[in-house]
Design a protein around this ligand. Structure first.
Ligand SMILES: [Ca+2]
Ligand SMILES: [Ca+2]
Ligand SMILES: [Ca+2]
Length: 845
């Protein structure tokens, strides 16, 4: 029985493994003790196993004790079929580590005492650590940021059982600390690691082999920013002149700003003085707080300090070169900004132009009609003006003169018995020209231009009885030529002569010398001074005034028996823009062709504009029948650059007798041309397309009296469609007032034409809300010759469909722009640069 038990024991011992087997094999104590685990933390239950080499009479006595734990007995229990006993020892709480000895004693069945003191339990109640971090491989900036990701190594020690593992976690800086060591987002540390960009606190802890857990420790704040800021520079303008302030806007894009800071900065660069152009580069550098150097940011703009010659009238450039010290008359036209369109009223643009002239020259007048201002500037000042990005063109403010040709022969007037009649009677008529255009036939039907007002932009209108009796038909007078020297109403005498051809009623001559529309009203818009000189800008101001007062005075016609040589195409002419604006606002503009014959470029401005009615002269030979009429040799004809064949119509213009202004310049210069009527009243005989234009203006007054609803394009179609042949089959369109008055509608003239550039520039933003953008830098990116104008936009449909009265200028603060009160009106025109008297330079008869 016992033998069999031992046999089993030996078999089990060999199966249990080396520990027991070694105890069996080893000589010495017949008790073999083991503890598991051999290293234990507080609270750990350690299993103590005692195997006896022989049967015991009772379970062995086991006592654990040591320097760090109190002596404690362990209850042992028999484990079954062999003399093996086991008990549990729980490591008590407390501090301190030690090797706790296990004392074992027992008694064999023979009464023999057995003892074993070889076993012990490692008590480890001290957590490992502190865990520490070592940082390498990166440079810390002064601000505490790493610009390259550092390498983090963790280390920890444990004196008793040794470190089993170390864990770490990166927590956003100043976020809550981890509340528990395990499990969670902790990462087991195995080898050095690199933290991602960010600002984080590094927490870590270690566990020893006995299971003691170190409290997580915030080892340090780790600030890592490895991304450089990306800079973008925006420049306020593509090019800048000397003295211009260029605004630089620099914005920064950085996924991880190293520290809270601005992301955009502005600065101003003032272009230094100089005369050369160059590209200017903008170099921009910066660093984030981590010390990362920026990338990007470079930009460039053009420094444009050389004269913008393409923005200056070639005629002005010639004068600037010929006489750099001269003060020259200019019209500075402003443009609308390209984009985004800021919707600047033309008054505002005109005031900006005035401001420019105040800075670089002397302003004389605002020209809000065409976004411009007129004034004086030297070559240097014109250059400076041209550099302003808001300026689209600097025009020469050319001299304007009358278009009357002085006769050189004397004649005596037909003297007949004159009787004064209230009605318009042709019975006493001494002049041939009203009969040549059949105005007398209109009169016979009761027509006389009543209720229609013609604005005469000229040298003034004297209050002659033929215009003021029996009622004053000069409804208003305004002076843009000589505001400081009002003198007499018409010191030149030209405007009154023209007015008489239009609307003289023969009151003084008892019906001998009657104009075309003897009941028409007049407004006197003086644009020529006593020497016969005016400015393009004066004409533009006059037209502007007429537009502002057309409703008040029922103005339907503008007569321009004045003009200037056309050196440029009408498209480049601000005066062309002005007359087109008037035309499209419902005013029939009648202009003299000029007295230059058939030479190239003979048609004066604004007669070179294709929209207006340009009038050439015939010689009626002093007879009513037209079969003997001839074309006047002085009358200009031709096709102006870019325009249509001119003139469209002709009218008598030689030896035209009209109102004389005694003592006026024309009267004094031409004493032999005074014509005396039968009743002793005196008139003056003059020649030129000035008179021809007046004949047509009077005819238009007759037409509009009869057919008041006609538009200018309809009037022009009727005028050109009802002309008569004259002379030896000449078909150059001699006006026929009677045929026009009685004509049915003949459609619309002027379809498919191109407006003047300044008109386009003025209107485009109004019509379309925003300007056309292209790559051409000349006019703020707008190419005015582009297809936009061709056939589509500006043809009859849209052009004639514009409700002009709804457009901007009717809402302009005219009263605050007061012509007579603006300070620049005080700058007299009488300055160096005027031509000498224009009266003496007229072509011979
Ligand atoms: Ca420990
Ligand atoms: Ca950064
Ligand atoms: Ca004749």
């Amino acid at each position: 029985m016992r033998l069999s038990v031992w046999g089993v024991l030996l078999a089990i011992a060999s199966l249990l493994g080396t520990g027991v087997a070694q105890a069996q094999v080893a000589a010495g104590p017949s008790l073999t003790t083991s503890a598991s685990p051999g290293m234990a933390a507080a609270g750990t239950a350690v299993t103590i196993t005692v195997a006896a080499a022989q049967a015991l009479s009772a379970p062995p006595t086991v006592t654990v004790g040591g320097t760090c734990v109190a002596s404690s007995a362990v209850s042992m229990a028999f484990q079954g079929f062999a003399p093996v006993y086991a008990g549990s020892y729980v490591v008590p709480g407390g501090t301190g580590d030690c090797a706790a000895s296990i004392s074992v004693s027992g008694t064999g069945t023979a009464g023999n005492a057995l003892v074993d003191t070889t076993a012990s339990i490692g008590v480890d109640r001290t957590p490992p650590g502190p865990t520490s971090a070592t940082i390498s491989g990166a440079t810390l900036s002064a601000s505490g940021w790493y610009t390259t990701s550092p390498s983090i190594s963790l280390a920890s020690t444990d004196a008793t059982s040794g470190v089993a593992a170390t864990y770490y976690q990166l927590v956003p800086h100043l976020a809550s600390a981890p509340t528990s060591a395990l499990p969670g987002a902790w990462t087991a540390y195995s080898t050095a690691f690199s933290p991602p960009d960010g600002d984080a606190d590094l927490y870590a802890f270690s566990v020893d082999k006995a299971g003691n857990v170190e409290s997580p420790v915030n080892l340090r704040e780790l600030k890592v920013d490895t991304v450089a800021p990306r800079l973008t520079t925006t420049i306020s303008q593509a090019s800048a002149a000397a003295g211009a302030n260029v605004t630089l806007l620099i914005s920064s894009s950085d996924p991880l700003p190293a520290a809270p800071s601005a992301t955009s900065y502005t600065g101003t660069y003032t272009v230094p003085a100089g005369t050369t152009d160059c590209p200017a580069s903008v170099a921009v550098t910066g660093t984030d707080l981590a010390g990362n150097a920026s990338t990007g940011g470079s930009a460039s703009f053009g420094i444009a300090r050389a004269m913008q010659t393409q923005k200056i009238d070639p005629a002005l450039l010639q004068q600037m070169a010929a006489n750099p010290g001269a003060t020259l008359p200019v019209i500075v036209e402003m443009g609308h900004a390209a984009t985004p369109f800021p919707a600047q009223p033309n008054v505002q643009l005109a005031q900006r132009a005035v401001g420019l002239l105040q800075q670089h020259g002397t302003p004389v007048a605002a020209l809000p009609l065409i976004d411009a201002a007129a004034g004086w500037a030297s070559a240097t000042q014109i250059q400076a003006i041209s550099l302003d990005p808001g300026v689209v063109f600097v025009h020469e403010d050319s001299t304007v003169t009358p278009r009357q040709a002085a006769t050189t022969t004397t004649t005596t007037t037909t003297t007949t018995t004159a009787t004064t009649t209230a009605a318009i009677s042709a019975t006493q008529l001494a002049s041939a020209y009203p009969r040549a255009v059949r105005a007398d036939s209109v009169w016979a039907q009761g027509g006389s231009g009543s209720g229609v007002t013609v604005a005469v932009l000229d040298s003034g209108i004297a209050p002659d009885a033929d215009l003021t009796q029996p009622s004053n038909r000069i409804l208003a007078a305004v002076n843009f030529a000589d505001p400081l020297n009002p003198q007499s109403p018409d010191p030149g005498g030209h405007g009154t002569h023209v007015a008489g051809v239009i609307a003289g009623n023969g009151n003084r001559s008892a019906g001998q010398f009657i104009g075309i529309a003897p009941s028409a009203n007049l407004v006197d818009v003086r644009v020529l001074d006593s020497n016969g000189n005016g400015r393009i800008s004066s004409l533009i101001r006059g037209i502007d005034w007429v537009l502002a007062h057309s409703a008040q005075y029922h103005i339907r016609v503008i007569n321009l028996s004045v003009g200037a040589p056309a050196r440029l195409a009408y498209r480049a002419d601000p005066l062309a823009a002005a007359v087109e604006i008037a035309w499209d606002r419902g005013l029939v503009v009648v202009t003299a062709a000029g007295n230059n014959g058939a030479a190239p470029g003979a048609i004066d401005r604004p007669g070179n504009d294709p929209y207006v009615v340009t009038v050439g002269a015939t010689d009626d030979q002093g007879t009513a029948q037209v079969t003997d009429d001839t074309a006047a040799t002085f009358s200009s004809q031709g096709t102006p650059t870019g325009s249509t064949l001119k003139p469209e119509v002709v009218a008598p213009g030689r030896r035209i007798v009209s109102i004389r202004v005694p003592g006026s310049a024309l009267d004094t210069l031409n004493p032999t041309r005074v014509v005396t009527a039968a009743n002793g009243s005196t008139y003056l005989r003059m020649s030129g397309t000035s008179a021809s234009a007046a004949v047509v203006s009077g005819s238009v007054a007759l037409l509009l009296e009869r057919q008041p609803s006609l538009s200018p394009n309809q009037v022009k179609a009727i005028l050109t469609g009802t002309t008569q042949t004259y002379g030896a089959g000449l078909t150059h369109g001699l006006i026929d007032a009677f045929a026009s008055v009685t004509s049915p509608s003949r459609g619309f003239a002027n379809q498919g034409l191109h407006p003047a550039d300044a008109f386009s520039r003025t209107l485009y933003p109004i019509l379309y809300g925003q300007p056309l953008i292209s790559s051409d830098p000349r006019f703020q990116g707008i190419i005015w010759d582009s297809v936009i104008w061709d056939g589509i936009i500006w043809d009859g449909i849209i052009w004639d469909g514009i409700i002009w009265d709804g457009i901007i200028w009717d809402s302009l603060p005219w009263s605050t722009l007061g012509w007579d009160t603006t300070p620049w009106d005080n700058a007299a025109w009488n300055r160096p640069g005027w031509d000498s008297s224009a009266w003496g330079t007229l072509p011979p008869d």
